[in-house]
Design a protein around this ligand. Structure first.
Ligand code: GLU
Ligand code: ZN
Length: 285
């Protein structure tokens, strides 16, 4: 099997140091193993994605010295593939339409008898308001769709190999289990209104489509990996190895966000830094 890594930015703002670290790590790991580094543009959120940011991503990564095969996979071109996966879930009776607003969910999850709402890697654990067994009719396309975690329950082991570390140092063979997922993750959203998919569904379908064998990404996504493994089992897709890396923080120790333009790669370029200077910040050769 070919060794393949990827960097999958969303074109919703400038790339900052944290992105550069992920991208360089993915690139260097692929080169060290004689493998391939792939780029994927995660632009399913049309309200926030901009072509200018995508252009800037190509420019910044090229400046950093990275190369990748063309054509670049863009998630906005792949809605039929996500739809096919949703259709499969629908036909198996594993997803249901949900019309709750964020406010509805927060209100019913924190009803007095429930105590404080439980927050999982997909947000507040869904209280199940819209859940009904095996909805009939054609797959709806204008409404949010949730995975019925209880109906999906299966005896497939939920494990993945971590070669980096999670936020609490988790490394090696990581396992979770269905009862824990039902309780602490809940019915995740697989399609959002006006989007036709979700981050979790697209990332899983696309890592498989691109034949990714190692996923290097920030430790903030470690908890989401349990969701990705569940979707891989349900869709019968391979689970890549994951390498979660430390988050790059600003001088005050705060994690970098897209709005921290001071840490944008474009700003370093403007100020005359070299790609080697950027590598040095991370201790990369
Ligand atoms: N597109 C996601 C982001 O920019 C990264 C997804 C991933 O690496 O799994 O945060
Ligand atoms: Zn609902």
């Amino acid at each position: 099997m070919t060794f393949r890594t990827r960097f999958a930015p969303s074109p919703t703002g400038p790339l900052h140091l944290g992105h550069a670290y992920s991208a360089m790590l993915a690139h260097d790991m692929a080169k060290a193993r004689g493998g391939t580094f792939l780029l994927r543009i995660e632009d399913i959120d049309a309200s926030r994605s901009r072509l200018e940011w995508e252009t800037q991503i190509y420019s910044d990564l090229t400046w950093l010295g990275l190369t990748w095969p063309q054509p670049v996979m863009r998630q906005s071109d792949r809605l039929p593939d996500y739809r096919r996966a949703l259709q499969e879930f629908w036909d198996r009776g594993l997803i249901y339409p949900c019309t709750c607003t964020r406010r509805d969910i927060a209100a019913s999850a924190s009803a007095p008898q429930e105590g404080a709402p439980l927050i999982g890697p997909d947000g507040i654990v869904y209280p199940g308001t819209c859940r009904k067994p095996a909805p009939q009719g054609p797959l709806p396309d204008d409404v949010a769709l949730r995975l019925d975690m209880r109906a999906a329950l299966d005896d497939a082991p939920l494990t993945f190999t971590e070669t980096g570390a999670g936020p609490n140092g988790e490394t090696g063979l990581i396992s979770t289990n269905w009862p824990h997922a039902i309780e602490c993750i809940g019915d995740i959203v697989l399609a959002r209104t006006a989007m036709g998919t979700s981050y979790h569904l697209s990332v899983v379908v696309d890592d498989a489509a691109q034949g990714i064998t190692l996923v290097p990404r920030g430790a903030d996504l470690f908890d989401a990996t349990a969701i990705h493994v569940i979707l891989q089992r349900l869709l019968d897709l391979p689970t890549p190895t994951y390498h979660h890396h430390r988050l790059i923080r600003d001088d005050a120790g705060k994690r970098l966000a897209k709005r921290d333009d001071a840490r944008a790669i474009a700003k370093y370029r403007e100020d005359g830094a070299t790609p080697q200077d950027i590598r040095q910040i991370f201790g990369l050769p």
